[in-house]
Design a protein around this ligand. Structure first.
Ligand SMILES: [Mn+2]
Length: 283
């Protein structure tokens, strides 16, 4: 709570990153309890804030500066998943109209966050290499490999980038219409998103990207989404739906891999830019 830096605040030539009224509220959630292979996602939020100081404020595609709508950076006091839910609920109550962004942290934070901000009727867009549909993993239902399973109760999920599956997950997929999966971004995935309820939560696991794009993840899976795929997906979701919150999870920053941290910082800001383009500027 003592670190005063905000997303984009360290820029050499800052624009107006934090206004009096903030359309964007970013909360740092450095939670890591159950990762099993590459570790370090607890350090992701600050690596992303560091990298954000080097992100260009102007969007080269949408021709706008999302930071002019105001970005507030919060570091809630979190100790466990219950405190994450509580913090998310408090942030939602304090900023009812802002687009909320949560910067993780491991993927188990996603159902905890959704529990705090859920709408009555909502859908989830899930970018990931993994389905995360296990009921429990390594003896725990709170494992990051179970995040999807625990998010299903809040609404239907469209997963994109999925390219590894446990047999247990495959069996579950045959019996539920709650989760729809796509290996790639394309017309079929776009149509599945169209069929979701209007209110949308987006979760973006860094390993949804190809390791060619983001390599610093706990479980790098071959194949995966390219940068433009994810941009096209975000453009589609914000064009068609009312996105009320998003998260980015599972980056495991390395000092010798600035590209991965920078790419996720850029992803966070791009998400805000699409919201500004399709929602704020259109008002
Ligand atoms: Mn994953």
């Amino acid at each position: 709570m003592t670190d005063p830096r905000g997303f984009l605040e360290d820029k050499v030539e800052p624009g107006a990153p934090t206004g009096e009224h903030n359309e964007f509220v970013l909360a740092m959630i450095p939670y890591e309890e159950t990762t099993t292979y590459g570790k370090g996602t607890a350090r992701a939020p600050e690596a992303i804030v560091d990298a954000s100081g080097h992100v260009e404020l102007f969007d080269e595609v949408l021709h706008l500066d999302a930071s002019r709508h105001g970005i507030l950076t919060l570091r809630p006091d979190i100790t466990n998943l219950d405190s994450i839910t509580r913090s998310a609920r408090e942030i939602r109550a304090a900023h009812p109209d802002a687009l909320l962004g949560f910067v993780g942290g491991e993927h188990s934070i996603t159902p905890a966050l959704i529990a705090g901000v859920a709408r009555e009727e909502m859908g989830v867009v899930w970018i990931d290499a993994h389905a995360d549909l296990r009921r429990s993993f390594h003896g725990s239902e709170q494992n990051h490999a179970c995040a999807g399973y625990h998010s299903m109760k809040f609404g239907p999920i469209v997963q994109i980038g999925i390219r590894t599956l446990a047999e247990e997950e495959w069996e579950l997929l045959k019996t539920t219409d709650r989760v729809t999966q796509f290996r790639e971004w394309g017309a079929a995935a776009a149509a599945a998103i169209d069929a979701l309820p209007d209110d949308i939560y987006i979760t973006m696991d860094a390993d949804g990207f190809s390791p060619e794009v983001v390599r610093a993840v706990g479980t790098p899976e071959p194949g995966g989404l390219y940068w433009q795929d994810v941009m096209d997906c975000l453009d589609h979701v914000f064009r068609k739906k009312n996105v009320f919150a998003f998260d980015t999870v599972e980056l495991c920053p390395h000092d010798d891999d600035l590209a991965s941290s920078f790419t996720i910082a850029r992803l966070v800001y791009k998400t805000m830019a699409y919201h500004a383009y399709h929602r704020l500027n259109a008002r």
